[in-house]
Design a protein around this ligand. Sequence first.
Ligand SMILES: [Zn+2]
Ligand SMILES: [Zn+2]
Length: 134
Amino acid sequence: MKAVRVHQYHADPKIDDIPEPKLAGPLDVIVKIGGAGVCRTDLHILEGQWAEAMNPELPYVIGHENAGWVHEVGEGVTNVAVGDTVILHPQPSCGLCLACRAGRDMQCENAFFPGLSDNNGGMAEYLRTTARAA
Ligand SMILES: [Zn+2]
Ligand SMILES: [Zn+2]
């Protein structure tokens, strides 16, 4: 699939051909991206301002403000089905840790952040996220 990847900071990202994401767990959802917003954070990423905090291995796919259609679901997913339109929360959270149970999902112990960390983001044809983020 085509994807926009950061190869180095202080340089334009490149459009690369990379493998499509695969389901990694029973609550995972693969989304066919319909739209991926460009956020000021993406500009900061390209300037290297997030490098120390998130420490992503380059190259990786940016894009954390995503929407599209459900393409594939894990065996435990019940809230969305293939073909549904979805808007995605940027940071999938577990819903089970103390922070999540207190309503502080952004402090989730088990969260990942597609587009900001080592997890590929949504400036691509497909994105892996979770049921809870859809
Ligand atoms: Zn943003
Ligand atoms: Zn959590």
